[in-house]
Write a protein that binds this ligand. Structure first.
Ligand code: ADP
Length: 764
């Protein structure tokens, strides 16, 4: 049999059929972290050492509890909460030390219960009934657990787990095997407490007679403290209550919320310190007194200052910056204005999150950030009800508490990546959060009281607008941030990333200079991205290595970084964009692709060989792109006379279309025109100029329809030295977005129908 891990506990006792909740800090509680990480089948042996101050093999008792890890969950502040269930009392053997922890064998213990046990069972039940009526803190929940029970051993465990005894006094109930012996201990312990209770009542009667009201209260409080100390309940609940009371008096919440907190505090105060409810109420109180009820920061009203902060932290992104300034301007003109709910949409690394953080800074607001990517449970947004074991507030309230004010800039990342399943639809919960009609009374299931979110400025981020749940999209002011061109990246690097990284590495612009070619080479050969995150990381790597060199080799104090030094420090070039072919080939035409990395050209190849008219598609094409191939072929067949193609070619050959370039996601209809051109080139045996690229969806009747991502596609084509680009007529309006330096290098031709493309390519 495998040895089980030993969990050493020296402040509480777990009994069979009893569950306990333990919370530990992942940074400090090495034992718990190790055990939970290495546990097998969720089983462990729980041991209360004989001598707490000296934990060694020799201080282990002969008996312990076989326990099962029932639940494990992460809670805020780097803590983990677990629930352990006691299964059985077992005898321990062959304990060995194994690294940081111990392992041991165990065997079950047979306990036979005879008639005498039965007698003790009845005596104990009677005594318990008496005890429950006399000791008010005990509550009679325990009585309901007796029904159906007939084992003395189980009864003893149940009572022992309820009795408010000191840890040292409780330990014996685990290591004493014979139930009759345990029953005798229980009778003794209960009797002692009953005597205390009688004494207490007696004092009370006398006190009542002799003291006036205030003195009486003081006396009683002191007395309870003394009594609690006597029965091992000398934790610092009183000081806790005092501290909470002070905090409550300072809270700026509504009187309704205050009442609720006070009620919970009274309940907390009245509970016995062993009550399982105590921890839960304490945690609830902790949330309630630490939420920033009606605590607001004042927005900066200096528009110029806001503009300067935004400009100094982020290059371009004019639309978002303008929107923020407009908001402030209108707010200054009116008194009460709801914050806009912005949604920044764009590829990774284009500055969505960091800009939102700058907005917070520029407005003088706190920032809160959560990510809703991958969540499928609405409780993640609105919290769990308190009756749920391990309940917590949802992420909105958690973010608000972290921010510490009721009007932060609240960033909700990855709003396009939520999923929906049987646990509910988080998007509809988020809708309540974002809806200005409802969010002044946002009710988290755990908090239970309304929290006013109407002054929060929500900023969501997403990669793809189409994937944002429809009902949410409706509420958001979508602002699109597109990929940066290489020139924009160069500017961002020079104005923002390099100064920022120099500063972070303790370098100055005098010590390190980096020329434009070097930056461009990082952009082109070491990064493949739409944004600038990888670029920033590479610049950081460069500077890290330079700092190391400066410190190791004290002779060289100044560095001028050129392309050669970039290659020396960053290693071999990593990325190469698709290079345009050097010769024109029959059946090969340049399409244009738009990916999360930005744009690139996408050559499409077609070939034919003897066969029976089959169409073969390769290159891992998505469903829509496969359809495009069929449409293109049928369109060419239907118009073969116009294109001067011989019908027999289709009957006697198989046609194969291939789209190389493995890294690109090949789906979407926008290659339709390109595929058609590749087929005609193949069948007419006529070259297509390699300096031309095209994009556009084709219909069966040859219409050319609009496509997305034109800016990125054109930037990609420009990089590949394309000189002429054919685009759908409907995309003409998007040409304005393309940087002038690129627009000037390329000739654009807009078309409505394929016949126009045919004319340009094959008749021009
Ligand atoms: P996203 O949220 O869009 O994925 P981030 O906000 O995390 O991107 O940006 C990644 C890094 O790039 C940050 O360090 C940010 O400062 C920098 N960055 C992105 N866009 C810009 C810009 N326009 N100007 C200056 N820095 C930028």
């Amino acid at each position: 049999m495998n040895k089980l891990l030993v969990l050493i506990i020296n402040d509480m006792v777990i009994f069979p059929n009893n569950e306990v909740r333990i919370e530990y800090d992942n940074n400090y509680d090495k034992q718990m972290v190790d055990i939970v990480d290495h546990i097998e089948d969720n089983l462990m042996l729980i041991v209360n050492p004989i001598d707490n101050s000296d934990i060694r093999l020799t201080s282990f008792p002969k008996y312990g509890i076989l326990g099962r890890l029932k639940l494990k969950m992460n809670v805020p502040n780097g803590k983990t909460r677990i629930v352990i269930e006691g299964l059985d009392r077992v005898s321990l053997s062959s304990i060995v030390e194994d690294g940081y922890y111990f392992r041991a064998n165990y065997s079950e213990i047979d306990i036979l219960e005879d008639d005498e046990c039965k007698n003790y069972f009845h005596i104990l039940v009677k005594e318990l009934e008496h005890y429950v009526t006399k000791i008010p803190t005990m509550g009679n929940a325990i009585m309901s657990q007796l029904s159906g029970m007939d084992s003395l051993s189980e009864l003893c465990d149940l009572i022992a787990s309820f009795l408010p005894l000191k840890y040292e006094d409780k330990k014996k109930y685990v290591t004493t095997i014979q139930p009759i012996e345990r029953a005798k201990y229980l009778l003794e312990d209960m009797n002692r407490e009953l005597k205390f209770a009688e004494l207490e009542q007696k004092i009370e009667r006398e006190v009542e007679k002799e003291l006036d009201k205030t003195q009486k209260e003081y006396f009683l409080r002191e007395k309870i403290k003394l009594m609690q100390k006597e029965i091992g309940d000398d934790n610092n609940k009183d000081t806790d209550v005092e501290r909470l009371n002070k905090k409550i008096s300072k809270l700026k919440c509504s009187s309704k919320v205050k009442e609720k907190i006070k009620r919970e505090l009274d309940r907390y105060d009245s509970l016995n310190s062993n009550s399982p409810e105590l921890g839960m109420i304490r945690e609830y109180l902790d949330w309630m007194v630490n939420l920033p009820w009606n605590h607001y920061t004042k927005d900066t009203d200096d528009l110029v200052k806001v503009k300067n902060i935004l400009d100094s932290s982020h290059y371009a992104l004019g639309e978002v910056k303008d929107r923020i300034l407009e908001y402030l301007a209108v707010k200054q003109n009116t008194n009460n204005l709801r914050s806009p709910i912005l949604c920044l949409v764009g590829p990774p690394g284009v500055g969505k999150t960091s800009l939102a953080l700058s907005i917070a800074k520029s407005l003088n607001r706190q920032a809160a950030k959560i990510s809703v990517g991958g969540i499928n449970d609405e409780a993640e947004i609105v919290g769990h009800r308190r009756t749920y074991i391990g309940a917590n507030p949802g992420r909105i309230i958690q973010g608000i508490r972290k921010a510490g004010t009721a009007n932060p800039v609240f960033i909700i990342d990855e709003i396009d990546k939520m999923t929906k399943d049987i646990k509910g639809d988080p998007a509809s919960s988020l809708l309540e959060v974002l809806d200005p009609e409802q969010n002044s009374k946002f009710s988290d299931h755990y908090i239970e009281e309304d929290f006013d979110l109407s002054n929060v400025m929500f900023i969501a981020t997403a990669n793809y607008v189409e994937q944002i749940p429809y009902e949410l999209r409706d509420r958001l002011e979508i602002i699109t941030i597109s990929s940066y061109t290489e020139y924009e990246k160069l500017d961002i690097a020079k104005r923002h990333l390099i100064p920022k990284q120099l500063d972070e590495h303790g370098l100055t612009s005098l010590q390190v200079q980096i020329d434009d070619d070097a930056i461009m080479s990082i952009i082109q050969n070491y990064t493949k991205e739409a944004g600038v995150r990888e670029l920033e990381r590479n610049i950081a790597t460069l500077f890290r290595k330079i700092v190391k060199n400066i410190l190791l080799n004290k002779d060289v104090l100044f560095y001028k970084i050129d392309t050669a030094l970039v290659e020396e420090l960053l290693g071999k070039k990593k990325y190469f964009y698709t290079e345009n072919d050097t010769v024109n080939e029959i059946g090969v035409v340049n399409g244009m692709a738009y990916t999360v990395f930005g744009g690139d050209i996408l050559p499409i190849e077609a070939t034919l060989f003897k066969g029976k008219g089959n169409l073969i598609l390769t290159g891992s094409l998505g469903e829509v792109m496969q359809e495009s191939c069929h449409i293109a072929l049928d369109y060419v067949k239907a118009n073969m006379d116009t294109f001067g193609i011989d019908a027999s070619l289709f009957e006697e050959n198989d046609i194969h279309i291939h789209v190389p370039e493995g890294a690109v996601n090949k789906d979407g209809p926008s290659a339709g025109g390109t595929i058609t051109t590749a087929l005609i080139s193949l069948l007419k045996k006529q070259f297509v100029d390699k300096n031309i690229a095209m994009t556009g969806e084709i219909t069966l009747r040859g219409r050319i329809l609009a496509i997305g991502g034109l800016k990125e596609k054109v930037i990609g084509a420009h990089r590949a030295n394309i000189k002429k680009v054919i685009i759908p007529f409907e995309n003409e309006k998007d040409l304005d977005e393309i940087p002038v330096e690129i627009r000037n290098d390329i000739e654009f031709i807009t078309v409505r129908n394929y016949s126009e493309i045919y004319h340009i390519i094959f008749e021009g």
